[in-house]
Ligand binder design. Structure first.
Ligand code: SF4
Ligand code: SF4
Length: 241
């Protein structure tokens, strides 16, 4: 069983190694940074959760689908089989993140968790335990030292942990359900299921309403829809016997 990772690698199937031990909240860590801003350029790996997208949508006062169409790249995870939404670098503008203006993040108060954590990364276990670890970086410059809990608090990461855990647990449960369903469903019905996954995880949200109750409602709806699709497929299979 894999844990859920949010990290700068943006790899949903990322595996943490012994070289990246989990850090206690009161542990200290250090990293080097010369403030060049390159971590906001040429990035194909800034993965957004549904909560990240909702926060950006609320910041821009636009529906999540419009934000995704305007600023993101969508795919289906090869390992997770779930929707993956990433910020899309702007080719015409030195491959900058679409929200980079000069050396400033235009959505700073709603920036994605991946950005808020850097260079820390987050791991959520199947039991819902949240941990952090330091990613290896190739940056040089002034050495910055910080205590983990202070570093997380500077962008209010602890305040969003409960939502991130619910999102991660929901995704981990869905991975198993979707993988099972895909073994049964025809390609057409797999695509229909994927469209429902996008709606439930990313798009069917009102930015003026709290995120978590909408997530719970959407996950309930999605589970019902996947059951309907698999039952329909079973009936079709029985008819053709
Ligand atoms: S973390 Fe690295 S890439 Fe980002 S601003 Fe600092 S030196 Fe530049
Ligand atoms: S969202 Fe903001 S912090 Fe994150 S990569 Fe884009 S400009 Fe940088």
């Amino acid at each position: 069983m894999r844990n859920h990772h949010i990290d700068l690698c943006g790899q949903i199937d990322f595996t943490r190694t012994d070289a990246m031990p989990l850090l206690a909240r009161d542990a200290h860590f250090s990293f080097a940074c010369n403030g060049c801003g390159d971590c906001c350029r040429g990035r194909e790996d800034i993965v957004l959760s549904g909560f990240d997208l909702w926060r950006i949508a609320a910041r821009l006062r636009l529906p999540p689908l419009i934000v995704a169409r305007g600023f993101c790249r969508a795919s289906i995870g090869t390992v997770s089989h779930l929707p993956v939404l990433r910020l899309a670098p702007v080719k015409e503008n030195r491959n900058n993140c679409p929200f980079l203006t000069g050396n400033h993040c235009a959505i700073h108060d709603a920036e994605p968790l991946v950005c808020a954590l850097y260079p820390l990364a987050q791991e959520i276990s199947r039991e819902g335990e949240v941990s952090y670890f330091l990613q290896p970086t190739a940056c040089g410059g002034r050495v910055i030292e910080a205590k983990v809990e202070d570093y997380l608090s500077r962008y209010d990461v602890p305040a969003r942990e409960q939502t991130d855990v619910r999102w991660a647990l929901g995704c981990m449960e869905l991975e198993d359900v979707v993988e099972q369903a895909e073994m049964l469903l025809s390609p057409v019905l797999v695509r229909r299921m994927q469209a429902k996954l996008w709606q439930a995880l990313y798009f069917n949200y009102d930015y003026a309403q709290l995120f978590l109750p909408q997530l719970e409602r959407n996950l309930d709806w999605l589970n019902g829809e996947i059951i309907k699709l698999t039952e329909y497929q079973k009936k079709q299979n029985n008819k053709s016997k």
